[in-house]
Ligand binder design. Sequence first.
Ligand SMILES: Nc1ncnc2c1ncn2[C@@H]1O[C@H](COP(=O)(O)OP(=O)(O)OP(=O)(O)O)[C@@H](O)[C@H]1O
Ligand SMILES: [Mg+2]
Length: 310
Amino acid sequence: MQYTNDAIPEHVRTLGHEDPELLAIGMQGAVFRLSDHRVAKVWFHSPRTELERLQTLYAGLRLPFHTPEILEIHEGSRWLVTIEAELPGRPLHEVAPAFDTPTWPAARDCVIDVLAELATVQASPALFAMTVLDETEPFRRAEQSWTDALSGLLARRVATYGDQLDQVVDKFETKFDCLQQLLRQIEPENGHRLVHGDVTAGNILVDEQLRPVSVLDFGLLSMAGDPAFDGASAAALYALWSPDTRSIEADFDAALAARLGYSTDELLVYRAVHALLIGNAHDADPFGRDSGVPLTANLLNDRRYVALLT
Ligand SMILES: Nc1ncnc2c1ncn2[C@@H]1O[C@H](COP(=O)(O)OP(=O)(O)OP(=O)(O)O)[C@@H](O)[C@H]1O
Ligand SMILES: [Mg+2]
């Protein structure tokens, strides 16, 4: 797999930044530290309208940790580039204790602290204006229910790659029908809150005590909706590629029930939905990195989800 590409830093240099230092290459872009407490993010896929919506969303966020501020949007020859303020903290995944070590709960609780704060934020008009994944229309109309909007998105995603899923997920059609029914039965207590949609250990920056100081990378699946969806997906995303991922999810679910009162069954439903939403989300990756379809299949073939979806 090829992760580096000289054209990307060169692209940043053409904007007048002499010595960009590569911080990370993620699925959506490459991030460089610049000289003046700023970073440049090169966006691989996003059109300008999407970045402008994100800029407006960020400008209106009020949270007890730092969130990104998009200072400038540049149209380069190949990719769009945003100039953003550099946020404090280190990515949680770089410093978190491993699962099943005595100090692991501090890492999990850091994520839950973030989820608890996000869950208190009422959805703004800027959040309702957000599009998700590669879609071009806003995810949810003002008068539409959360579950209706989510169910519609799920159906559109599965329409794009259901044939691939059918080959690797046992009884895929039955499971999908069952999931749609279960989703439509959910009546969330709070269906109009801020859902970040991609709460990963790379999107939380922490201090020495593992407290969250910055939360970044909104936009991929940021929606007005039920915060329990963020809890469900964060548990799956924490260690998506790890063989321990199902155990980590179960550990999160117990903590999410205890601390935030989320229903374990609803978390499973939301997590199955999330797995289907992101299963092919990165298939247009310019570096040709692995597809998420096998991960989605692993989840849907796991005994807890088989029991849920029959
Ligand atoms: N404003 C910022 N200040 C400091 N570090 C940043 C900033 N933006 C991004 N980073 C660093 O770059 C990393 C990747 O950024 P980001 O999550 O925005 O990119 P991405 O392409 O969406 O990544 P991924 O697909 O892995 O989530 C972050 O984990 C963080 O370490
Ligand atoms: Mg990220």
